[in-house]
Design a protein around this ligand. Structure first.
Ligand SMILES: [Zn+2]
Length: 402
């Protein structure tokens, strides 16, 4: 802190101020008014940390790993958040992915968004079958046919067919709960626990296919995009990510509907993505893990949240070490989303977070932290836990025998 006198000297105003006022020292309110105030656009604010602490570089994971959460393919056609085509967009070639995988000690990538029908077959052929043991593909519901009266049976059969085509599990995007509507893109939002999906959840259990499910989103996305929102810049850059207002349910309502599905389908395994979609509240995630033995979580795109509460996170990993899967949300060429862009730097940050006790470092390869302006701390997991999180827990879900 500098006092007013020093500040006035610094600003070269002392002589004039004293001569003019002759009233002695101003009150702090007056002081604030006198001080020239510069405005700085938030997007131009890129402070350099002056903190000097140890910085590790972890180029390779200590053990071979499975990245349980990636997007190598995507639907070629979507409308209002609902995927509407079997056709896939291929976001990266197997060869370019394998180069990074080999450098980073990634044994396998799980491509969640493999679609269905022909798109699924194309994906399995290009990746899973061409490079056995390196890629695993999941299928997705066919919402195009949602309005057909026999949808529940159709969807269950489609999962069986996908299984025969080589799909290793089912992926549910946040489409369910936030985008899918009674008339697909219009009408009332369809609830996550709508009974029309019951046959689909059941058949996944019967076929031993895990359901990778994304429900809700970060809490800040349900609050107004204003100066109090800790993810203001992110929401300002992506206004369509805001679920504040309109007819959106609250995050709590979405999670409750999701929990009713877990309770109703105890024989189905659910991998609840993004740390159970409530990384801001690990006590809640822990409570649900205790309630639902058929629930596990991945850590994709949430090391920003986990790493800003390193002590709580470390305890969480110790307690639930058999139920946490390594995942990143990595998407080839997703340069506009640095927290999930598939490249060497992204993986190095995850490894640094899990394997070191480094302090105060960036959680994404970006100049400005993309998911809120803070930095993270490593949790330095012991080898036994690392092996489980990197490989064993995912291998069990995918029935991979080594
Ligand atoms: Zn994802």
């Amino acid at each position: 802190m500098i006092n007013r006198r020093q500040w006035l000297y610094g600003a070269g105003l002392m002589a004039g101020a004293v001569a003019q006022s002759g009233r002695g020292l101003a009150t702090s309110t007056e002081e604030a008014q006198e001080r020239p105030k510069h405005s700085l656009d938030l997007s131009d604010f890129v402070p350099t940390s002056m903190l000097q602490v140890h910085a590790s570089r972890v180029e390779r994971a200590r053990f071979p790993l499975i990245d349980f959460h990636t997007h190598i393919t995507a639907s070629a056609k979507s409308e209002k958040g609902v995927a509407l085509a079997s056709d896939r967009r291929f976001l990266g070639t197997a060869e370019e992915l394998l180069a990074v995988m080999d450098r980073k000690n990634i044994r396998a990538m799980v491509n969640l968004t493999g679609g269905y029908d022909q798109g699924l077959s194309d994906t399995v052929a290009k990746y899973d079958r061409a490079f056995p043991g390196r890629f695993y593909t999941l299928t997705e519901p066919c919402y195009e046919r949602w309005k057909e009266p026999n949808y529940p049976q159709f969807q269950a059969q489609a999962i069986e067919q996908a299984h025969r085509q080589g799909a290793r599990g089912l992926k549910i995007l946040k489409t369910l709960g936030l985008y899918l509507r009674e008339n697909i893109t219009s009408g009332q939002l369809v609830k996550i626990d709508d009974p029309r999906f019951d046959p689909m959840w059941d058949v996944c259990g019967q076929l031993n296919m895990p359901v990778a499910i994304h429900v809700s989103d970060p809490l800040a996305f349900f609050n107004p995009t204003d100066r109090f929102n800790e993810r203001y810049e992110e929401l300002n850059n992506h206004p369509d990510w805001s679920f504040y207002g309109r007819d959106f349910p609250s995050s709590a309502e979405l999670l409750e509907a999701r929990n009713r599905v877990f309770a109703r389908h105890p024989k189905t395994q659910f991998v609840v993505l993004h740390v159970g979609n409530f990384a801001e509240n690990l006590a809640n995630v822990a409570e649900n893990l205790d309630r639902f033995p058929n629930m596990t979580v991945d850590i994709a795109a949430r090391i920003g949240e986990l790493g800003r509460q390193p002590r709580t996170t470390r305890k969480f990993f110790e307690k639930y070490q058999d139920r946490i899967l390594f995942g990143t949300d990595a998407t080839p060429h997703a340069d506009q989303y640095p927290q999930q862009v598939f490249n060497d730097q992204l993986y190095e940050i995850y490894y640094r977070f899990l394997e070191t006790e480094d302090e105060y470092f960036d959680y994404a390869p970006a100049k400005i932290p993309p998911q809120g302006r803070w930095r993270i701390y490593g949790i330095n997991l012991p080898e036994t836990i690392l092996r489980k999180v990197y490989f064993e827990n995912a291998a069990r879900q995918l029935n991979i025998v080594v």
